[in-house]
Design a protein around this ligand. Sequence first.
Ligand code: PMP
Length: 424
Amino acid sequence: MLSFQPTPPLDTVPAPPLHFADRTHQMVPSETRALFSMAAREDVVSLAGGMPSPEALPAQALREVLQEVFEAEGASALQYGSAQGDPVLREQICQVMAAEGIGATPDEVLVTVGSQQALDLVTRVFVNPGDTVVTEGPTYVTALSTFAAHQARVVEVAMDRDGVVPQALADTFALLAAEGRPATFFYTVPTFHNPTGRVLGADRRAEVLEICRRAGVLLVEDNPYGLLHFGERPHRALCADAPDGVVYLGSFSKTLAPGLRVGWVRAPRAVTAKLVLAAESAMLSHSKLAQRAVSRFLDTRSWQGHLDVARSLYRGRRDAMLEELAATMPDGVSWTVPAGGFFVWLTLPAGLDARAMMPRAVDGGVAYVPGTGFHTRGGGRNVRLSYSYPTAGQVREGVRRLSDVIRDEAAGGRTSRLREAVAR
Ligand code: PMP
């Protein structure tokens, strides 16, 4: 005789267990993101986030540009686009790169969702789990997250005031090759580096390219800040002198608006072909509307004029930060002097720990990013300060507050305890 088991009601069946893939185990919230809630308090001056200034975002012009895109292109602006990106925009991106000496063609370019996605796709097409990626130490925090998400091993190379130290890079490549785990690529932010603000010296550029070429290591050049220079001319990109050995990442996030999420990667054709396939599986195609808006902005508005305004705004804030640092910081504190971009990298006196100091800094009304977030290990005495978002007045106030906190810490917290006692 057949017997039927009664089917239990669906709401009593437990949800499926969540067996996350191995790669998720290395995905951890970035140090910067964890700090945003602290830094968002109204009484806190945030020198933490590296966001563009609201005054440098051309909201009115983009509103008009979007309207014009709809008038000129109608519903086609709302269609799917090609996986490689809008052909007209790719032409324009080649002109943008020409300012830094790169002679690229549109078929070498893939438009991406910010340069962050470009970095993810590059890592996806080159890195197997366990492969080694070499970076500057310190390096861009979310690049570390990307490499972790792809289960890469990250090896850092020391920097000095002129960027990555060539001999240290060559030694690292040699050591990795001898270990039988050669570097898959060298990831570098050579111009207005995040987090240090440094620039790879002109004479070092050829040396770094030669070291990579001799070691057979691809170079990934991430350059979102290059056009935000405070001097006369932009630096010549590494990619300009070795296009067949360099994958170049660019972005309109800092030079136009991050909310558009338009960046790109330029690579040798064989690499671009793979990246296009990876992009297709990741997103089908980039937002056509966003691409058409950027393209029309570049075509019909003065982007150069906009860049000049942004440069002078950031330069003023950088000056405010440097002047206030010089006026208020106690002995034993040192910092970098950026010639462009968004960041100053501060080193605390021996014995102080930037991460441990953070809650006291927030109590003192200032937020920053502790250096540890930018390293696989180390960086405890470092602080990343950004002058891009707060006004010059806020920058000065933030630095004054920070110097009070550092003085206090260096004195073993005595000053603030004394103040508290007096206030009681
Ligand atoms: N690279 C570096 C060095 C950055 O600082 C940033 C943004 N903070 C990015 C890449 C990503 O920028 P986006 O995706 O907005 O282009």
